[in-house]
Design a protein. Structure first.
Length: 362
């Protein structure tokens, strides 16, 4: 048998010792590092899962973020605006065939949405006003959360209906990232009839309905019924219950003011935007409030026949963690709750993890 020199033997022993230390420290694993283990959890269950220790953190929208913070269950590690300032979030989407068959009904629906959003912005500008108190009451009822949670959550919210240049840029950036992260393949863009991501965003977002809605006036004529999709207790989508509130509308709802009858779509409220898009595909939803992310992802990957007509809000999400977690690196090797793989919240997690060279596994 060939003898191993003393120096070579010492080198081998040294390597073994180093590898052993790295393994014990949790720094040497397959692919060179631990990953954050993303698990799908309904937002309504996230607080309890964090409190029980089933997960070390989660990313969600309001009020599911402030609910844990105000309740002393967790803390905010990152607000979504810190990860991606002014990022696009919820939108009003429509099934294309419904829009082409009912253009006036869609415009009148949007007019109610515009007026509700403007009322909310004004109410939030003065937290001593009667309008602010009414807004909080509507939000408490809609979210089934305590007043303290709602007020904290509203302080992180930005409501907007206009389709701004920043929105277009943000949606293009999101679509480019979907391709970079291999959540959407390049060929899906051309398969859906678009030249590139810029062409896709320009065509998938139709601002003509919103522009025409600006000239809509109140009417006593009923234009028809809209089956509306929305998410469970999602404070981002507060414009929907505001537009349905008769006190806001001065005796009748804003939808009624503009001749629109609204009814919750079959299965609504939904747990996440991906679920809502599936209901669009099933023919259950005419118009809906949901995240721009699942609207884009499901349209490209599944060909669901929708388009975006207006914004609802931007920002308003956060990464919430247990008190023992001080950085994103502390989440490696731990379970982390996400509302769904087609949500902007999952995308935000992927963005910040990529910046810190941390992998996210599913």
């Amino acid at each position: 048998m060939k003898k191993v020199s003393k120096n070579k033997l010492m080198s081998i022993i040294g390597i073994v010792i180093i590898v052993s230390v790295l393994l014990l420290a949790g720094c040497f694993e397959e692919d060179g590092e631990k990953s954050i283990k993303a698990v799908k959890i309904a937002p309504k269950d996230m607080k309890a899962s964090l409190d029980s220790g089933d997960i070390a953190g989660y990313v969600a929208w309001e009020p599911y973020c402030s609910d844990s913070v105000v309740g002393g269950v967790g803390k905010t590690l990152h607000l979504s605006g810190e990860i991606w300032p002014g990022h696009p979030c919820c939108v009003v989407a429509v099934e294309k065939n419904f829009a082409s068959s009912n253009p006036d009904l869609v415009k009148h629906f949007l007019k109610a949405h515009m007026e509700a959003t403007t009322w909310m912005v004004n109410a939030l500008a003065d937290n001593t006003s009667m309008e602010y108190s009414l807004l909080v009451d509507i939000a408490v009822d809609f979210t089934a959360r305590d007043e303290a949670v709602v007020k904290e959550a509203l302080s992180h919210m930005t409501y907007v209906y206009l389709l701004t240049e920043d929105f277009y840029d943000g949606l293009k950036e999101y679509t480019d990232k979907l391709i970079e992260f291999e959540i959407v393949t390049d060929d899906k863009i051309s398969e859906r009839g678009y030249e590139d991501t810029e062409d896709f965003v320009d065509k998938y977002v139709d601002e003509t309905y919103l522009q025409d809605a600006a000239t809509v006036t109140p009417t006593s004529t009923s234009l028809g019924t809209v089956r509306v999709g929305y998410l469970l207790g999602d404070l981002h989508q507060l414009a929907y219950p505001v537009a349905k509130n008769s006190d806001v509308g001065g005796g009748k709802s804003l939808f009624e003011k503009y001749g629109v009858t609204v009814t919750d779509a079959s299965g609504a409220p939904y747990s996440n935007g991906g679920d809502e898009m599936d209901h669009f595909e099933a023919g259950d939803v005419d118009m809906g409030y949901l995240g721009s992310a699942p609207a884009v992802l499901k349209h490209l990957n599944a060909g669901i026949n929708t388009m975006i007509l207006a914004q609802v809000n931007n920002e308003g999400s956060a990464i919430i963690v247990a008190e023992s977690i001080d950085s994103l690196k502390d989440l490696r090797g731990k379970k982390f709750g996400i509302p769904g793989f087609s949500t902007v919240q999952y995308f935000l997690l992927r963005m910040i993890a990529e910046e810190e060279n941390i992998k996210v596994s599913t």
